[in-house]
Write a protein that binds this ligand. Structure first.
Ligand SMILES: Nc1ncnc2c1ncn2[C@@H]1O[C@H](COP(=O)(O)OP(=O)(O)OP(=O)(O)O)[C@@H](O)[C@H]1O
Length: 246
């Protein structure tokens, strides 16, 4: 692949003695949309958390848009700006309003003037269809609304890459669709690189360029959604799919 935006080479990570990521080689093209799936504990969250250095690796290399994720703090800061993340449990600041949650990073990290940060934040709130909630606190919103705020907050930092770590798995079923709809729209945007850990296989079929299946800390299989779902190659993939697709 020429000029990948993400390059992981020979990545290994341990939690104590537990070998959580094993010999991960992964390249992601600019604008590519990837869905990562696999059994619980297979290392999916750990893999994407390594991409913005929320987790340290012990072996291998990670390069994000030309910046090596080594021990240099400036590189970590650069990569954190380039990579937006949406978590399972929203991680909004409860004592700040929705608007303040969105403007915090642009004002304090990107040094944008307050008025400009607010204008950008309101645009994104409109895009995730939640502009009327700007002055509320996260605790006053539904889970689906909070997750859409979290997505808008990540987008306000103008990231080159968006990571989603099981963004719908903490939501009541009726709220899953409203978050997936926003993600589908985002995936349709030119140039947005997106890695999503999710078990929403309908979403994977609809938007993914590539589905990656992890098991036991390894990438076991990867393919286009049609090939992956209709013709899985590995026994472990087949077993996983038989368990989650009814
Ligand atoms: N900070 C940690 N310290 C020790 N072990 C950890 C830590 N974080 C995760 N693990 C373990 O590493 C393994 C992989 O975790 P990870 O969250 O990456 O898996 P996952 O595939 O995302 O699973 P799930 O779908 O359940 O979220 C699990 O067995 C987990 O218990």
């Amino acid at each position: 692949m020429s000029d990948p935006i993400i390059r992981m080479q020979g990545v290994n990570k341990w939690y104590g003695k537990f070998h959580v990521l094993q010999d991960i080689d992964l390249e992601v093209a600019r604008g590519e949309r990837i869905v990562i799936c696999g059994p619980s504990g297979s290392g999916k969250s750990t893999l994407i958390r390594c991409l913005n250095r929320l987790e340290e690796i012990q072996q291998g290399r990670i390069v994000i848009d030309g910046t090596e994720l080594d021990g240099d703090l400036r590189h970590v800061e650069q990569v954190r700006r380039d990579v937006g993340m949406v978590f399972q449990h929203f991680n909004l600041f409860p004592h700040l309003t929705v608007l303040e949650n969105l403007t915090l990073g642009p004002i304090w990290v990107l040094h944008r003037p307050k008025a400009e940060a607010e204008a950008v934040a309101r645009r994104y709130l409109e895009r995730v269809r939640i502009s009327e909630q700007a002055d509320k606190y996260p605790g006053q919103l539904s889970g689906g609304q909070q997750q859409r705020v979290a997505i808008a907050r990540a987008l306000c930092m103008a990231p080159k890459i968006m990571l989603f770590d099981e963004p719908t798995s903490a939501l009541d079923p009726e709220m899953v669709k409203e978050v997936l709809d926003v993600m589908v729209e985002l995936a349709g945007e030119e140039g947005m690189t997106m890695l999503s850990v999710t078990h929403e296989m309908g979403f994977a079929r609809r938007v993914a360029d590539r589905v990656i299946f992890m098991d036991g800390g390894r990438i076991v299989e990867q393919n286009t959604p049609d090939a992956f779902f209709d013709n899985p190659q590995h026994e472990r993939t087949k077993l996983f799919l038989s368990q989650i697709l009814h």
